[in-house]
Design a protein around this ligand. Structure first.
Ligand SMILES: NC(=O)C1=CN([C@@H]2O[C@H](COP(=O)(O)OP(=O)(O)OC[C@H]3O[C@@H](n4cnc5c(N)ncnc54)[C@H](OP(=O)(O)O)[C@@H]3O)[C@@H](O)[C@H]2O)C=CC1
Ligand SMILES: CC(=O)N[C@@H](CCC(=O)OP(=O)(O)O)C(=O)O
Length: 344
């Protein structure tokens, strides 16, 4: 049984890690920190966890307490993560970071998109990007994993097969996506209180959302040439779930059969990605590590519309983090993870 820690266990992705690890046969949670909640029972904050964690309380973050653990999940906000990860790497076997701090390979992008220079740019080259369906070889035995953003995961899974097969142009891509409110984390913000979010749909981060360079980085890697997207996220009044609807232009001669074959072939062997007819449904993936993908060529307008639904806390964050931890530790990739959502 490998011993793991969760730094930031009191947040939404941390709590989802606690839930998933309660059912993981090979990983045991030795440390679960949440500084503002230290000493408080886990189940006071997350009542669904009472059966698994009883009266266990959140720990204060103490670097010495994680010494020798096999792996630590770091579920802190952007910026806070790069302050602790270098020290963590000296103490534990592997770190899976859920924040954005190690996602972008080019350190120069951080001031532009995150408003601050990266404090440990030399570590960026050591991080494996945690999207196994696209970059699995990098994750086997990895000691530092950068968990992807939820929107970039959805956009990449919807678009990568088309780019990899050379069916679409890498520029002029449009990604419209909706997210449930848990994507914004546990602390209430003016836009995420019940009264603001209930009954409303708004776009945000217009033209400047920090996931734009991350989406472009992944699509560029896959296409082998510079990709460019317009990305518009929207907040919708549900707790969890994400749907990305992506528009791309086919290259001359692409047929509907080519599009269907590209996504079917890309995911034929992938346990966590299902190709579905029509539109994927967020609820069908809720609570699971599944991503549902569809792709359609509109012969009338010449656009390809490809979609991906996932649970932002599942395949969009904590489920993917467990999938990557399994690969890093040499465990079967799907251990402790479900492909079955809670629909309805
Ligand atoms: N929510 C989502 O759907 C997704 C989130 N992510 C990323 O995962 C990370 C965690 O997200 P999420 O769980 O939603 O965030 P939350 O805000 O819900 O949780 C953040 C956690 O970090 C702790 N924390 C906050 N600030 C600090 C600090 N300065 N120093 C130390 N600990 C701190 C909090 O502890 P305390 O209780 O003491 O405040 C809490 O445990 C973020 O980087 C986020 O961007 C990635 C994909 C999807
Ligand atoms: C609804 C909402 O606010 N969502 C978050 C994305 C959460 C996520 O996956 O991304 P990070 O890990 O990069 O924070 C946002 O748009 O900032």
């Amino acid at each position: 049984m490998a011993k793991v820690g969760i730094v930031g266990a009191s947040g939404y992705t941390g709590a989802e890690l606690l839930r998933l690890l309660a059912g993981h046969p090979d990983l045991e949670v030795a440390v679960a920190t949440g500084d503002s909640q230290a000493g408080q029972p886990v189940a006071d904050l997350y009542p669904s966890l009472v059966g698994a964690y009883g009266d266990r309380t959140f720990d204060t973050y103490d670097p010495a307490a994680v010494d020798g653990l096999d792996l630590v999940f770091c579920a802190l906000p952007h910026g806070a993560s790069q302050a602790v990860v270098p020290d963590l790497r000296d103490r534990v076997g592997a770190v899976v970071d859920l924040a954005a701090d190690f996602r972008l390979a080019d350190a120069d992008l951080y001031p532009e998109w995150y408003g601050e220079a990266h404090t440990v740019p030399d570590l960026l080259a050591e991080a494996a990007y945690g999207l196994p369906e696209l970059f699995r070889p990098d994750l086997l035995g990895a000691t530092l994993v950068a968990g992807p953003g939820c929107y970039p995961t959805a956009a990449a899974l919807a678009l990568a097969p088309l780019l990899r097969a050379g069916l679409v142009a890498p520029t002029g891509i449009v990604v419209d996506a909706v997210s449930g409110v848990s994507g914004a984390g546990r602390p209430a913000k003016p836009t995420t209180t019940f009264c603001a979010a209930d009954g409303d749909v708004t776009a945000y981060g217009l033209l400047r959302h920090r996931h734009t360079p991350e989406i472009e980085q992944t699509l560029t890697r896959v296409a082998g040439t510079a990709a460019q997207v317009v990305f518009t996220p929207h907040l919708v009044p549900m707790s969890r779930g994400m749907l990305a609807t992506c528009y791309s232009r086919p290259v001359e001669g692409t047929t509907a059969a080519d599009v269907a074959a590209a996504v079917a072939d890309a995911y034929a062997e992938e346990a966590f990605v299902s190709v579905v007819p029509g539109s994927p449904s967020t609820k069908a993936t809720q609570g699971s590590n599944a991503a549902h993908v569809a792709a359609h060529l509109d012969e009338r307008t010449g656009w390809i519309v490809s979609l991906c639904a996932l649970d932002n806390l599942g395949k969009g964050a904590s489920g993917a983090a467990v999938q990557c931890a399994n690969l890093a530790l040499g465990l079967p990739e799907g251990t402790g993870l479900s492909t079955i959502g809670t629909y309805p």
